[in-house]
Write a protein that binds this ligand. Structure first.
Ligand SMILES: [Zn+2]
Length: 250
């Protein structure tokens, strides 16, 4: 059985927006994006324009076409200022995949089936080539929560996790702490506890015990990824439960 039986043919569209990975930097992250532009052609032009200094390893169009812009052994410039699990050189250690979608700014819409099937095949192929832990398959918003929302709450993370791509909580049942509700402006030990858990999972959030704007941004990014039914930046019982379930699974 061919290893890449799910993978559509990859079309070469080289981009100049990459450089060498630093010595000793091994790929251990996969970062998924949406393009956030009106169409695939505009996104491709931007990702191949040397003036923009933004690139990615792959672009997946809505019809499922997979374009390779940058070779995996090179550092593509996709994440910008970002941090995950204490590392702020995300581009150095990651593969970046851009998924065509207008995004929240230009008419966010569901990702078509053909596109998701292609993303699934591509990600499985990438994961077969690199030792990437499940918790390090992330969205751009996870690694840059104050700046980014992609690929957003319509992205089918649960489906991908069932295909072996990324982590998903095996239970969303909530035990105890029914009254829990932490939000912007709160402070104290419970806030510190959730900050510590989010940071331990990978998010860049300091354990200050103060539910500040940065913490709200992290909670929103977390909800876009792991609890898309309600994205409000409030740590309710279900959000807290999912944080701790994921930590137990990671
Ligand atoms: Zn992005």
């Amino acid at each position: 059985m061919p290893r890449d039986r799910h993978l559509a043919p990859v079309i070469e569209h080289p981009s100049p927006n990459h450089d060498a990975r630093p010595a000793g930097a091994a790929v251990d992250m996969l970062v998924l994006h949406y393009t956030g532009m009106t169409g695939a052609a505009a996104a491709l032009a931007r990702l191949r324009d040397p003036a923009t200094k933004v690139g990615a390893h792959y672009l997946v169009d809505e019809d499922g076409a997979i374009l390779r812009l940058v070779a995996e052994e090179r550092r593509a410039w996709h994440a910008g200022v970002a941090c995950w699990r204490g590392r702020d050189d995300v581009n150095a250690v990651s593969i970046g995949v851009e998924i065509v979608n207008p995004g929240h700014e230009f008419g966010y819409r569901p990702f078509p089936e053909a596109q998701i099937a292609a993303v699934e095949g591509l990600c499985r192929d990438i994961l077969a080539r690199h030792p990437i832990p499940a918790r390090s398959v992330v969205g751009h918003a996870d690694v840059a929560p104050a700046r980014k929302a992609d690929p957003g709450e319509l992205f089918p993370w649960k489906r991908l996790a069932r295909a072996g791509i990324g982590l998903w909580p095996d239970s969303t049942a909530v035990r105890g702490e029914m009254g829990l509700s932490l939000r912007a402006g709160d402070h104290g030990a419970p806030v510190a506890e959730i900050q510590r858990a989010l940071a331990e999972f990978g998010y860049a959030v300091p354990t200050t015990g103060v539910f500040d704007a940065a913490t709200t941004a992290v909670v929103i990014a977390f909800q876009r990824h792991f609890r898309p039914a309600r994205i409000d930046g409030v740590v309710d019982p279900e959000t807290a439960h999912i944080v701790f379930r994921l930590l137990a699974l990671a």
